[in-house]
Ligand binder design. Sequence first.
Ligand SMILES: O=C(O)C1=C[C@@H](O)[C@H](O)C=C1
Ligand SMILES: CC(=O)C(=O)O
Length: 338
Amino acid sequence: MATYPNGLRGRLVRPHEEPPSGRHLLGRVAFLDHHRPPAVRDGVADMGVHLARDESALVTEVWETDAPPTSGMYRDLVYAHDGEYLFCAGQIPEGGSYREPVREAYDAAFDLISELGYPHVIRIWHFINDINRANADGMEIYRDFCLGRAEAVDRRLGPAGEMPAATGIGSLGGGISWYLLTSRSGRVRHLENPLQVPAPSYPHRYGPRPPKFARATSLSPPGLDGAGDIFVAGTASILGHETVHEGDVAKQCDVTLANMAKVLSRENLLAHGIDDGRTLKDLRLVKVYLRHEEDLEAVRSACAEAFSDTAEIVYFTVDICRSDLLVEIEGIAPRPTA
Ligand SMILES: O=C(O)C1=C[C@@H](O)[C@H](O)C=C1
Ligand SMILES: CC(=O)C(=O)O
């Protein structure tokens, strides 16, 4: 049984399921067969991401907290905050080049975070339509996105500025949809994986500016020394900085799962000064992204064996940030009860 000492909890709600009750809805992200612009809907900060190819993939991710939130619009962003946590979501329209609009979107998010006073960024998700296609200048859209993000992070946090666990994955439309969670007073620690080169240190062969994200981020409420929830970034079959097992989805799953297990391991948490350890069986709110629908059975079978049978797992068939990657997985490991 997991606990949520932080008071922040994410849940996946299927169509026709009872929405969560008894707690406050900080933010809502619906994974749909179309995109829905960020707005306050029924009093909830809300956005729809075009990620579902059919009804079976329709699901809504809700973020619940213990305190009633205040929601609103800030420039083009929708947000809600409850005194300890901030949810913020935005959408960058389809365009010929994303470098500048991504920089502006990150600037707006950093301004909002600063104005409301929630400085500790916990986790960011980006869903990028046509992620592997070339933009109007012939640059792969994912690299174009990374360029704008790196410039914004450099300017706001400095070249060594630490960014949290993230996901940067394809979508089925709607330009770039993104959302993030930040904390006012929680302790946030960004973790790396010894089996992988930190993404910000990737060589230039992957693009003019590297991705800016950590392999995982631990969030502890004030006063808790150990790790609270551990947010694991989108993880794939990359060792060092190279993709391994091109063309072999089963082996890419194995390496992906081994990377996730390593970043959660006691050995790795201790190396980051955290006296704790988690396993794949602790993960919940697992999102699995696969490039080809025909790989679903193989990926499902690997995930069924790796994760707990109580883990909520959703599968999306979308492009992945490197064209030689066939699968990517993310999840959250809540602090286990004693
Ligand atoms: O660019 C990112 O933020 C990112 C890309 C993928 O490596 C994976 O989704 C994790 C993060
Ligand atoms: C998943 C991925 O692309 C990365 O770790 O860089």
